[in-house]
Design a protein around this ligand. Structure first.
Ligand SMILES: *Cc1c(COP(=O)(O)O)cnc(C)c1O
Length: 365
């Protein structure tokens, strides 16, 4: 099989040292393993700038969506109502989760290229007093837009509501002071900015709020409270844990620290993203988002003007030469996306753009 690097926003390209951790079949019942789980939980709280006992961290088997579904179905009570602020498909997925679980919700929808406005959120909360929880995506991976959750959090806290944030593609790659921004539940996963492999999600939770959720869960395996209770005691996962993924994640956390923490990682992602926009721009690919709202994780580009451009053809051409883009268009416009997180450096962006330049040149002949 031919090797390539992923320019997708998770799963992403990990280091060989993270992958190497998975060569060991670790047992799950002894103290060594429980200790690894506990130290991961402590590191996550540190990255979130929160500490015990105000906050706690819970690890949950499954991909990121399992983590979001765990929070929504475990903490929103039968008489509660959720306001979802959505400007992309991950926001809309939260509505889908609510529909499946029979959770009352209302959606404040913005276009894919616009941020939800704090003022609008305040108005909705003032109008509909039955709303108890507000949920929002931080980095909307659908387009790459970075939403202002700090401003939203202030409005949500002023109204006395619970704030749930999907920080899947931002946590670890952007600084998020969880308590300062009024976040009660933050969800992210192993295979995004912390640069682990897929297999579990994690939740940073306000302890008081998680305590209050006891007995509310609509699902056994996704019961956030029960998972927390078990794990909090001695680091034990309720059901079989993804051991190899957990070991790889512990290593990825170490490597984040070695790189210089969130600040250094954010600077690298930012540099990658700027270079990408510059290089692809000079090849005729215009970005979909305005620079003020563009995040550092993934960039959406319009197809170039003029007939004859085939994205599938370009995708294959690039893949044969060592990089994989995000295939398919997901929005109303003819676009494709390029992620720049993971073990990706400016050299990779330079290589990608020269491959793309070759592709365009060959097409012209
Ligand atoms: C990746 C991602 C998710 C989770 O997707 P999974 O496929 O379940 O891992 C949720 N929200 C956002 C914003 C994401 O980027």
């Amino acid at each position: 099989m031919k090797d390539y690097k992923l320019l997708t926003p998770g799963p992403l390209t990990t280091t060989n040292t993270v992958k190497a951790e998975m060569l060991f079949d670790h047992c799950t019942w002894d103290n060594d393993y429980k200790q690894i789980t506990q130290s991961i939980r402590a590191s996550l709280l540190e990255l979130a700038h929160v500490s015990q006992p105000e906050y706690t961290a819970v690890l949950m088997q499954g991909s990121g969506t399992f983590g979001v579904e765990s929070v929504l179905t475990s903490v929103i009570g039968g008489h509660d109502k959720l306001l979802i602020c959505a400007n992309g498909s991950y926001g809309m997925r939260m509505e889908d989760i609510c529909r499946h679980a029979g959770i009352a919700c209302t959606v404040y929808k913005e276009n894919n290229d616009c941020r939800p406005e704090p003022q609008k959120i305040a108005e909705i909360l003032a109008e509909d007093k039955s709303i108890t929880h507000v949920a929002m995506v931080h980095s909307e991976t659908t387009s790459g837009i970075l939403n202002d959750i700090a401003a939203a959090g202030r409005v949500v806290k002023d109204a006395g509501k619970t704030f749930i944030v999907d920080a899947m593609s931002s946590f670890g790659g952007m600084d998020i002071p969880v308590a300062d921004w009024g976040i009660d539940f933050l969800v992210s996963s192993a295979n995004k900015c912390i640069q682990g492999v897929p297999g579990f999600s994690f939740i940073i939770a306000n302890r008081e709020k998680i305590e209050q959720s006891r007995g509310r869960a609509r699902s056994l395996s996704l019961d956030l409270y029960d998972q927390w209770k078990g794990m909090d005691e001695d680091g034990k996962w309720r059901f079989t844990s993804p051991t190899h993924v957990v070991l790889a994640f512990a290593k990825a956390l170490e490597e984040l620290k070695e790189e210089g923490g969130i600040e250094a990682r954010n600077a690298r992602y930012d540099q990658n993203q700027r270079l990408l926009t510059e290089r692809l721009g000079s090849l005729g690919f215009k970005p979909y988002l305005a620079p003020e709202v563009q995040g550092p994780v993934i960039t959406t580009f319009y197809y170039p003007e003029g007939a004859g451009f085939s994205f599938p053809e370009m995708y294959e051409y690039i893949k044969e030469r060592g990089y994989v883009l995000y295939p398919g268009k997901v929005m109303e416009a003819d676009t494709f996306r390029v992620g720049n997180i993971g073990e990706i450096y400016p050299e990779d962006i330079e290589t990608l753009s020269s491959i793309m330049a070759d592709f365009l040149e060959e097409k012209e002949k």
